[in-house]
Design a protein around this ligand. Structure first.
Ligand code: 6GU
Length: 224
């Protein structure tokens, strides 16, 4: 899968690509993520990407042309591209949307700053508007990396053990129960005996019950 991220802060994106599974996924050729500097798609000497809004109002808006040119550039040689706009006005990201995106060949993710983008970017180039929750961040870079990480780990071969993806919260419509590693006893707290029993059937039943309990307690909405 190819993912292009368009931003005025490409170094923010590049930095988070140099760690963990995103780095390995790129080394293994499973995903390729490219960060593009929106300023490279301006046509004036000062590389202006934002202007005050027509009709007045606070702050600055991002101009349409650099985004248009950037998308055109990223699309070259690609057949099926989805263009995501990161905005608090978008559909809130969830596991189902991540699964849909993970089936795509090419994503182009636009990261606005300031008060947002000129409406014509939405009208002409964007296929999906995506939010990561009901709060406002100062730009789309971190939300874009949330999308990249959440989508990348659903691509077959990226995460070492497919089981660890399937067992993840939400993939199985519930939360994972408590988990333990060494030592057996820590500050007077013992690991539940059943997990040390070696009886895989009992362990599976225990984990299943614990998962259900935690979901009932914390996210009853997921069971409905
Ligand atoms: Cl996608 N962008 C910004 N700026 N803030 C957000 C967001 C996106 N999702 C939640 N808050």
């Amino acid at each position: 899968m190819l993912i292009d991220v368009v931003t005025i802060f490409p170094e923010t994106v590049e930095c988070s690509l140099r760690t963990g599974i995103l780095e390995r996924g790129q080394e293994d050729g499973i995903i390729q993520v490219r960060a593009h500097d929106l300023r490279d798609f301006t046509d004036d000497r000062h590389k202006v990407t934002d202007e005050p809004p027509y009709g007045g109002g606070p702050g600055m808006l991002m101009k349409p042309e650099p985004f248009f040119r950037a998308v055109h550039h990223c699309r070259r040689g690609q057949h099926n591209s989805r263009v995501l706009l990161m905005t608090p006005q978008g559909r809130q990201l969830n596991h189902k949307i991540c699964e849909e995106l993970a089936r795509e060949e090419h994503l182009i993710i636009l990261c606005p700053r300031y008060e947002g983008v000129d409406e014509r970017v939405r009208q002409w180039v964007v296929t999906n508007e995506v939010s990561i929750g009901d709060y406002v961040l100062s730009g789309g870079e971190f939300p874009a990396m949330v999308v990249v990480d959440a989508v990348a780990r659903l691509i077959p071969g990226l995460v070492g053990e497919p089981e660890s993806v399937r067992g993840d919260s939400f993939a199985q419509a519930g939360l994972e129960g408590p988990q333990y590693t060494r030592p057996r006893e820590f500050q007077g707290l013992e690991v539940p005996a059943v997990l040390l029993s070696g009886n895989h059937q009992m362990i599976a039943r225990h984990n299943c019950e614990q998962s259900r309990l935690r979901t009932v307690q914390r996210r009853p909405d997921l069971l409905r």
